[in-house]
Write a protein that binds this ligand. Structure first.
Ligand SMILES: *[C@@H]1O[C@H](CO)[C@@H](O)[C@H](O)[C@H]1NC(C)=O
Ligand SMILES: *[C@@H]1O[C@H](CO)[C@@H](O)[C@H](O)[C@H]1NC(C)=O
Ligand SMILES: *[C@@H]1O[C@H](CO)[C@@H](O)[C@H](O)[C@H]1NC(C)=O
Ligand SMILES: *[C@@H]1O[C@H](CO)[C@@H](O)[C@H](O)[C@H]1NC(C)=O
Ligand SMILES: *[C@@H]1O[C@H](CO)[C@@H](O)[C@H](O)[C@H]1NC(C)=O
Ligand SMILES: *[C@@H]1O[C@H](CO)[C@@H](O)[C@H](O)[C@H]1NC(C)=O
Ligand SMILES: *[C@@H]1O[C@H](CO)[C@@H](O)[C@H](O)[C@H]1NC(C)=O
Ligand SMILES: *[C@@H]1O[C@H](CO)[C@@H](O)[C@H](O)[C@H]1NC(C)=O
Ligand SMILES: *[C@@H]1O[C@H](CO)[C@@H](O)[C@H](O)[C@H]1NC(C)=O
Length: 685
């Protein structure tokens, strides 16, 4: 089939290019926003690409854009340089100069010059596709490395404040030690378990900041009003050890004295946000998977610091795998897109166990519909995300979808079709509200695809066996209702409820064929092909000449049909090659200035569905889709964590290539759709 041999000769040309501006080298490109500490929906700190040039004074931001106070100051021979996040420089301090900014799959690294010495700030958020202990630790590393140079006396300081708790009006903090590790915890006062502020920050749990001396450094600490704590470091190179009570202008601070050295030397900080009760699943508290081993927060962060070398080694391997996978399945541009997507995906999910039993045989995963509406385990969001899991951690598909089956199996859920999500507001997976969104065909198809994706990638039949009755019910629902879908929502809910949506009928056709493969019942495969024949060959879902698919039967405009993708991924052949060839020929003719929109009547596109389609077409059409996506992430027009909806044409106050909405969503797993064609489950450790 033509779409499966899309290896590009061009992939071999250049695997690494860099852009330079403001005398800063951005490698491989300057993205809208760099992930700094992105590990969970509540540990999600970023810095806009356009703000990196003034890293010394610009603050980190939560995904929603609100500031997070997180600073780094270094002294070199008695002169203090602000390296990061010092919006009001203490008197006598200077700004370090940024010379390089780099991102990989797991690291965002900034190189800065401070007087006679150079430092790198390595913001490292581990992604551990199969090691749930490591993956579930809700911490991220910041390593400040002094590179070798002229001998100098060097001290490194860092602080955070209660902006990390989501409640700067009333919090408290504490300091404790375990061995040589110093640990600050900051928590809100009086907030309810499972509650969030208006930016989506968790109001329960605690923000954590910890470090320990390296072989060559000594540690000092303090907490108190920001300016006086920073000044005491600036003036003395160390902190007083005084721990004042919390105040709204206060910081908790850690300082390392590296001594007088010409050598390279490094110190590592751990930043985190911990919730002991992390998810409410149908009334039962769930907690992070790591608590089976480290049930105490201080023990967990100490382990996290102990684990640095192993986590770093894994990250090096994963960075290389993503680089190689992107390059071999398309080219360096594709690697750039994949590398920028990975932390955002894994930072949108959490791997849990029951809080009472800590039984790892009851591991589940939860995904937050960050920024679009906060729903939990939205089935179509898992569908958008699944290609990355299919490639790297197929077991996570099961961990995400099994709680949905569990919920649908309770007496609380009585519909004959699959549910949209298991709770309107993360972390409350307390059931689908009666006034929640209904997407009958959409989600019935999706649960079948997701089950099959897990099974195809792992060879495990446990999910399809356990939930065989439900799966048959949803397949039969598709058979009875899928060819002429009643007026209903699809996952593109912005379009409203529409009848006879072609893309939903495509989902039903491919869903039936998938169920045929899953269950070994060829009559479902046959039924799927019959649907596809009607939609394509009989022109039910296309224009009269069969040049493109329509949004609804017999009704303009054209629509970006992405539900073909599982047909191709699973080699089902429900739709004929001719249908794929037609879409490949058509989309370039309707491309807008910055990309192909979702349909012919709107000015925005979605990177998720463009990426699904990029996997189903070949040649120039694939080139256009990937190049447009690459342009979008490197055009300098944007500043939010990767938004999957963007303007493809000028529109009102927006210009083509600007972000529209849907920031920081885990749905970027869709960007792996093309890579997934080259193989499932490729991560072995
Ligand atoms: C979750 O439910 C609790 C009550 O059980 C409530 O206090 C909290 O605000 C809810 N969280 C969200 C994000 O709506
Ligand atoms: C710390 O000490 C260990 C063993 O003595 C050595 O292997 C390591 O390189 C040292 N690390 C640093 C950063 O100096
Ligand atoms: C450090 O500097 C501050 C001024 O910022 C001063 O008040 C304080 O006494 C000094 N502390 C020590 C331990 O030298
Ligand atoms: C902190 O507050 C408590 C009670 O509010 C008080 O007893 C204590 O002395 C305070 N500590 C400091 C260091 O100010
Ligand atoms: C979660 O577990 C902790 C530790 O055992 C316990 O203190 C807490 O009450 C539990 N929370 C719930 C909601 O069961
Ligand atoms: C879908 O199309 C069929 C055949 O044209 C028609 O009978 C049916 O009423 C349409 N359904 C909706 C919801 O528009
Ligand atoms: C397929 O065959 C099975 C077993 O005979 C039957 O239960 C099911 O209803 C059939 N489904 C379809 C879509 O024909
Ligand atoms: C699809 O396009 C490819 C390449 O353009 C061509 O070789 C193939 O014959 C076409 N297939 C059909 C069914 O039109
Ligand atoms: C890579 O993407 C850029 C846009 O950012 C585009 O100009 C370039 O042609 C693409 N390169 C390849 C080899 O496709």
């Amino acid at each position: 089939m033509l779409w499966s041999h899309g290896l590009k000769a061009i992939a071999l040309v250049a695997s690494c290019w860099a852009s330079t501006s403001d005398a800063i080298t951005y490698s491989p490109l300057k993205p809208p926003s760099y992930p700094l500490a992105v590990r969970s929906p509540y540990l999600s700190a970023w810095i806009p690409g356009n703000e990196v040039a003034s890293l010394s004074s610009n603050n980190a931001q939560f995904w929603a854009g609100n500031k997070l106070i997180w600073s780094v100051i270094a002294r070199v021979d008695g002169v203090a340089y602000n390296l990061f996040g010092v919006a009001s420089p203490p008197s006598g301090t200077q700004s370090a100069t940024v010379t390089e900014a780099t991102y990989t799959t797991t690291h965002s690294t900034f190189t800065v010059t401070a007087g006679s010495r150079e430092f790198t700030l390595d913001f490292f958020s581990p992604v551990s596709p199969k090691n749930y202990l490591r993956q579930s630790l809700p911490f991220s590393y910041l390593t400040v490395t002094l590179t070798a140079g002229d001998s100098a006396s060097v001290q490194v300081y860092s602080d955070i404040d209660s902006s990390w708790t989501g409640q700067t009006s009333d919090s408290s903090w504490s300091y404790s030690t375990s061995g040589s590790t110093g640990v600050f915890q900051i928590e809100t006062v009086g907030a309810a378990t499972y509650s969030q502020n208006s930016n989506g920050q968790a109001l329960w749990g605690s923000a954590v900041y910890a470090t320990r001396p390296s072989n060559s450094s000594s540690l000092s600490t303090a907490s108190g009003p920001s300016l006086s704590v920073r000044e005491s470091f600036v003036n003395n190179g160390s902190l007083t050890g005084n721990h004042a009570n919390w105040s709204s202008t206060g910081v908790v601070a850690l300082a390392h004295d590296l001594g007088t050295t010409a050598d390279e030397s490094a110190v590592t900080f751990a930043i985190g946000h911990v919730r002991e009760e992390s998810i409410n699943f149908l009334g039962d508290a769930q907690t992070g998977y790591y608590r089976a081993t480290y049930s105490d927060t201080v023990d967990a962060v100490v382990h996290f610091l102990d684990d640095y070398d192993d986590a770093y080694a894994e990250s090096t391997q994963l960075d290389k795998l993503i680089q190689d996978t992107g390059t071999s399945s398309y080219g360096a541009n594709y690697s750039d897109i994949l590398a920028l997507s990975v932390r955002q995906v894994y930072g949108g999910i959490e791997v849990t166990i029951p809080n009472d039993s800590l039984d790892t045989s009851e591991t589940r995963a939860f995904i937050k519909e960050i920024s679009s509406d906060g729903n939990i385990n939205t089935v179509d969001v898992i569908y958008a995300t699944f290609p990355i899991f299919y490639v790297l951690s197929p077991e996570i598909i099961k961990l995400l979808i099994a709680p949905v089956f569990e919920y649908m199996g309770t007496s609380a859920y009585t519909k004959s079709y699959a549910v949209h999500e298991i709770g309107a507001n993360y972390p409350n997976a307390t059931g689908h509200p009666s006034d929640g969104e209904e997407m009958p065909i959409e989600e019935s198809g999706n649960v079948i695809f997701l089950t099959y994706a897990y099974q195809a990638a792992t060879g495990n039949t446990d999910l399809s066996t356990t939930y065989s009755a439900q799966l048959k019910q949803y397949a039969d629902y598709l058979y009875q209702n899928g060819l002429y879908p009643a007026s209903q929502l699809s996952l593109n809910d912005a379009l409203g409820a529409l009848g006879n949506q072609t893309n939903l009928a495509v989902k039903a056709a491919v869903g039936l064929a998938t169920y045929g493969a899953l269950s070994g019942q060829s009559n479902y495969t046959t039924a799927g092909k019959e649907f596809a024949d009607k939609i394509w060959t009989d022109r039910l879902g296309t224009d009269a000449d069969g040049t493109h698919f329509l949004i609804q039967y017999g009704t303009d405009p054209w629509f970006l049909v992405y539900n073909h993708y599982p047909d191709l991924l699973f080699s089902l052949n429900a739709f004929p090659d001719e249908a794929y060839n037609a879409t490949a020929d058509f989309y370039p003719t309707v491309r807008s200035a910055a990309g192909v929109p979702l349909d012919g009547a709107i000015g925005w596109g979605q990177t998720n569905w463009q990426s699904f389609v990029a996997a189903t077409v070949s040649g120039d059409t694939r080139d256009i889709l990937i190049s447009d996506l690459h342009t979008y992430i490197s055009n300098g027009l944007n500043s939010a964590p990767f938004c999957d909806r963007y303007w493809v044409e000028d529109s009102g106050s927006y210009v083509a290539g600007q972000e529209n909405s849907f920031r920081a969503r885990p749905t970027l797993g869709s960007h792996f759709a093309l890579a997934a064609l080259s193989g499932a489950n490729i991560w072995s450790s």
